[in-house]
Write a protein that binds this ligand. Structure first.
Ligand code: GLU
Length: 309
């Protein structure tokens, strides 16, 4: 049974300012907005700017503007993961995990361990084979910190995908060798502190959610409910990216697409309005009672009629 939304409902938008807001982000964040507003809950805007070399100047502001244009408002934040107080919170969590024996230093390079790793049954990406579990393979090198998984990731019931988790993922990095905190750790510390009750994110993060559940358990914190939104794909059937025609929401806007046209397109892709409709966010909200049940389970491609090149 899907958990019913409640007035204590809290979710977040967590854009990475490494590129532009594309239709996949817009669709996922529309689902988050509808869930939160239907529940009378709150939305935190959180900027995942953990990796300074990958952050594009101006990208965070552009995400905020695109959200505003679409009417995807928020109640708290923006909170920046790069802020010193957030970094202090991540450092504290690392100390707690280390003290409880969950972490070990790892000095393998990705290339080195990928050479010996083979994915179980040839499925999915290769898993870290645990080379440094018994001690760093190259003690002279700077070490990353890995979280030790004792078996498959915790199982959970995703609101869209049903029974999930329980997969073998391999020990994963929580602090990189260059000292940067890894996404998996930061997101769990933030979700815990921001009292997020439901994480709405793209289906590409389903396996990551399993890793994060292991971290929640190790930190003694309850994990939020999970709602993974099936991906929007590019014209070639691959994940949306520049090379397969992904275009920023901003470009559609600049070329004259109206917010209600885009909301209509996204709403239709969520099964809320007939294809070709224009829609306001209020109209979508009115129809969102069966949002989770009616959400198409398959990835899809999306092409606004106007502004598509
Ligand atoms: N920053 C991630 C992204 O843009 C989402 C992270 C999350 O939902 O935890 O794909």
């Amino acid at each position: 049974m899907p958990a019913l939304p409640s007035p204590t409902y809290r979710t977040r938008y967590a854009p990475s300012p490494t590129g532009e807001m594309h239709l996949g982000h817009a669709r996922t964040h529309l689902v988050a907005w509808l869930r939160a507003r239907a529940a009378g809950g709150r939305i935190v805007m959180r900027i995942d700017d953990l990796d300074p070399p990958r952050v594009r100047p101006g990208a965070a502001d552009a995400f905020l503007r695109d959200h505003e244009w679409l009417g995807l408002d928020w109640d708290e934040g923006p909170v920046f993961q790069s802020a010193p107080e957030r970094q202090a919170a991540y450092a504290e969590a690392l100390v707690a995990l280390e003290a409880a024996g969950h972490l070990y230093p790892c000095t393998c390079s990705r290339r080195e361990w990928m050479e010996i790793a083979s994915a179980p049954h040839g499925e999915g990406p290769p898993r870290y084979p645990g080379t440094c579990r018994a001690g760093p393979s190259h003690p002279e090198r700077p070490a990353a910190l890995r979280f030790r998984l004792h078996g498959p990731t915790p199982r959970f019931d995703d609101l869209v995908f049903g029974p999930s988790g329980g997969t073998d993922e391999g020990d994963f990095v929580v602090r990189r060798a260059d000292g940067l905190v890894a996404y998996q750790l930061a997101v769990v510390v933030d979700d815990r502190e921001q009292r997020i009750t439901e994480v709405v994110r793209g289906a590409d993060l389903l396996a990551a959610t399993g890793l994060q559940r292991a971290l929640f358990a190790a930190l003694g914190a309850p994990a939020p409910a999970a709602l993974h939104v099936p991906l929007v794909l590019g014209k070639d059937g691959e994940r949306l990216a520049k090379r397969n025609g992904a275009r920023g929401v901003r470009r559609y806007r600049e070329e004259g697409l109206e917010a209600e046209e885009l909301l209509g397109l996204l709403g239709a892709s969520l099964g809320l309005v007939p294809p070709g409709s224009r829609a306001t966010r209020a109209e979508l909200l009115e129809r969102s009672e069966t949002l989770v049940e009616g959400l198409p389970r398959k990835p899809l491609t999306l092409t606004p009629e106007r502004g598509d090149a």
